[in-house]
Design a protein around this ligand. Sequence first.
Ligand code: ADP
Ligand code: MG
Length: 415
Amino acid sequence: MNALVWADAATPEEGGAQATNLFRETFNYEPRGVWSAPGRVNIIGEHVDYNGGPCVPIALPHRAYVALSPRQDRTIRLISPQTREAIDVLDLDALGPKGGPGEVANHWTAYLAGVPWALERAGYGPLPGFDAALWSCVPLGGGLSSSAALECATAVALDEVCSLGLAGSIEAPNDEGRRVLVDAARVAENQIAGANTGGLDQTASMRCREGHALALDCSDMSTRQVPFDLGAVGLELLVIDTRAKHSLADGQYGARRADCEESARILGVDQLVEVADLAQAVAALNDERLAARTRHVVSEIARTRAFIDLLVEGPLEGTRLKVAGALMDDSHESLRDDYEVSCPELDVAVAAARSAGAHGARMTGGGFGGSAIALVDADATPDVALAVARAYAERGWETPHFIRALPSAPAGYLG
Ligand code: ADP
Ligand code: MG
């Protein structure tokens, strides 16, 4: 079997230099600065955001770096090494929602150009055009929010060069202002890129803190920082990017949302977070599929609340670690059996990680591919990764990529 593939994060110095060099080579002048924003991984609380439930993301050390300078006109020029060689040129006055006359043809540029468009519609304009070079080490399409990282890096860059005063610094973030930037980033993704997502990814990228997990209540997007210093207790979070993407992902996401809405309607509640008595709800639904979907949502909300309580109580050691691991395991089983959003690649990764000694493991993100996570003793991480890679090799599957995820800093200026 080939060696393990670690998708390590670039250091801020490396990332900043890559973006700056690309900017310089492309536009022949110095950028005003480099801003960056992280990808995220959700520890627990899956498929409950659109049901008003809680989730617990952390910011990854993997970041998108945007070197940027404002222009005198309304032109936007963009370059990224990962997608194509040519400069993309857009007009801030001409671009508009996907499907309309101003649709942005090249998909990736929509995530950046959509941000000033959304900020202007939120009353923060008129904004200047800009030149920007993007360089990112957030794995693309692995369910780790590479798209939100692009939007949020652009948002904090524009906040600073246009003196909007919304972001504050990484050390002293302006949480209220960041909520405005989160909304602009989400609107950019929904309308200009045409991807129907809630605000979880952007909230994590903007509002997480180093060494902490973000307890995010999706009913009102209120947050609470909970200590999650894994290193202090000899733990690591291993992220397994399965590299699998099943084509049914988008349609199935819509179908699950529709199931939840239908269940809520039958039960006479606005959102499933309001269901107080699961047994009663299951009886009232009188439909196996809807009952299973509701069982996942209601039980996942309870697990997530219990997980947050554990982190608030103290470091993940002893019984707390055991319980936290079990909650992660149960979350996976619920997503696999009741919500039916797992796939063989995720199930095999989770099973192999557990048998190699992980304290808990689960799929994370939307499912049907993407990534799984395992909570492991730091010194056992290589063994757990090897066990997963072996299980993939035995099945003739593409080699998974591994990430060590420590809770990292939110979007901001890194110099
Ligand atoms: P995820 O956010 O889970 O990684 P998405 O499908 O939401 O997956 O976003 C992936 C898209 O984001 C890519 O298809 C591409 O358009 C854009 N993207 C992400 N990273 C980069 C990058 N480094 N360069 C260019 N485009 C990128
Ligand atoms: Mg995304």
